[in-house]
Design a protein around this ligand. Structure first.
Ligand code: GLN
Length: 449
């Protein structure tokens, strides 16, 4: 714990942590030490130092979703994932910076300033779980939790050169995760290697009486078979691999990688996926619709920020509190979501996007039935420069092309480091498998890394 506290202090300029629970972490470590000396059996994650994204509730600690609207709000309960980490004696060292309400791809939408990529401070770490990625990248903790609604764990893992897992929708309880888009949101895990990610997933996955969307499926042993020497049948999506938006050097890097897999005895074949250009529009219609509903609870009465202005009627009071509390990107999405749900446009946008979601899911599942996994890029480019895309939200949204697929379909996906670009930045490969096949996914990822 002291080691990590020192590193956090030394690398404060990265702005990864919003708060560090210094006293609490040291006390916890001492208590574990005493219990160990007394011959007590400790939990599966005893002494593992973990950071959590600032959208995950931890009783008695501030949680703000990196938004002024929740500034000063203290959690009244802990997320199920947090409860389970603590029950296995993990040490939570602090909460991590992110885009406001997990909306963004660069961490630049945080109300508390951006997190910097530790490899190149002029670049973004990705988002929305940028702080969680940098905390692991820069060795400020061992593993961290993030949330992934459209890529927010895999994309920053890719930009930072680490591992990021988004499990199947429903594998980890969302109880105590601040909602962005409830039918997409899933807690995810960052680590330096697959074994660490598997160990954390083992503890936090599983049914939960507080979340009816958490699956009842039993949790298998994720570590068993991790080292097996099997060969796999892989598919890549031609429409993804030969997409105009993909960086040319990375395109070659993936082709070399597929060839090297074949030399190792795996099979790799191309499949078409004609819906690829519709995934980003469908994702942004559906998630903004859900967000506009989820975020209506922040009214200045029940939580966090309320306007200081006096003598307002109720509606004016709501408007004023929300206008002051929410940042620009969150407002943009509330407006967009409200629009696509409005009576005159509902069918043209919301219903249409639901239909696209169904088509995309069916097609993806069909391919996943035939292959062990789909391999594809995580992001079309390496980490952006700070400020590079802030003026162009559409360009920013389009860069989510490879990650939103797994959230639309609810399937598990992981990003593992693959190579380094001539610009010095790392990039990863994304692996996607069938629903609830995390054991397989982790096994494949371990073989590839
Ligand atoms: N970049 C995507 C967005 O802005 C993903 C966010 C997320 O997964 N939370 O919506």
């Amino acid at each position: 714990v002291r080691y990590y506290l020192n590193r956090i202090a030394q690398l404060k300029h990265l702005n990864a942590f919003l708060e560090v629970y210094e006293e609490e972490a040291l006390t916890k470590a001492q208590m574990l030490d005493t219990r160990l000396k007394n011959g007590e059996k400790l939990g599966a994650l005893a002494g593992v130092v973990i950071g959590i994204k600032d959208v995950i509730c931890y009783k008695g600690h501030n949680v703000s979703a990196a938004s002024h609207i929740l500034e000063g709000f203290t959690s009244l309960f802990s997320a199920t994932a947090v409860e389970r980490l603590l029950a296995e004696d993990a040490i939570i060292i602090g909460n991590l910076n992110c885009d406001e309400f997990a909306m963004g791809s660069t961490n630049e939408n945080s109300a508390f300033g951006p997190t910097l990529n530790a490899l190149d401070n002029s670049r973004v770490p990705g988002g929305s779980s940028g702080g969680s990625a940098v905390a692991v990248q820069a060795d400020l903790c061992q593993v961290s939790l993030g949330s992934d609604t459209g890529g927010s764990v895999r994309q920053p893992a890719d930009f930072c050169g680490i591992v990021g897992l988004k499990p199947t929708y429903g594998r980890i309880s969302r109880y105590g995760l601040i909602a962005y888009a409830s039918s997409f949101d899933q807690i995810g895990i960052f680590g330096k290697d697959i074994a660490d990610v598997a160990a954390v997933l083992q503890v936090i996955a599983g049914p939960d009486e507080f979340d009816s969307t958490a699956s009842q499926q039993a949790v298998p042993d994720y570590k068993a078979g991790l080292e097996d020497n099997k060969t796999f049948k892989f598919a890549y999506l031609r429409d993804a691999q030969y997409h105009d938006g993909l960086d040319a050097e990375m395109k070659d890097g993936y082709i070399d990688f597929f060839e090297s897999l074949q030399l190792l005895g795996h099979t790799v074949s191309g499949r078409s996926f004609e819906y690829l250009d519709y995934v980003v529009p469908a994702y942004y219609v559906l998630t903004t619709a859900e967000a506009s509903s989820n975020l209506s609870r922040y009214d200045g009465v029940k939580y966090g920020h309320r306007t200081a202005e006096q003598h307002l009627d109720l509606i004016e009071f709501y408007k004023k509190s929300r206008s002051e509390g929410f940042g620009k990107e969150v407002k943009r999405r509330i407006l967009l979501g409200t629009f696509v749900l409005s009576a005159g446009y509902y069918d043209a946008y919301y219903t249409k996007a639901q239909q696209v979601r169904r088509l995309v899911t069916e097609k993806l599942n069909e391919i996943l039935e035939e292959y062990d996994a789909i391999l594809m890029p995580t992001v079309p480019s390496t980490a952006f420069k700070l400020g590079e895309k802030t003026d162009d939200p559409i360009a920013m949204y389009l860069a989510d092309i490879y990650t939103v697929l797994a959230n639309l379909a609810g399937v598990p996906a992981i990003s593992v480091p693959l190579s380094r670009h001539s610009n010095g930045m790392p990039y990863g490969v994304q692996i996607i498998t069938k629903k609830f096949s995390e054991a397989n996914l982790l096994h494949i990822a371990n073989r590839i890394m």
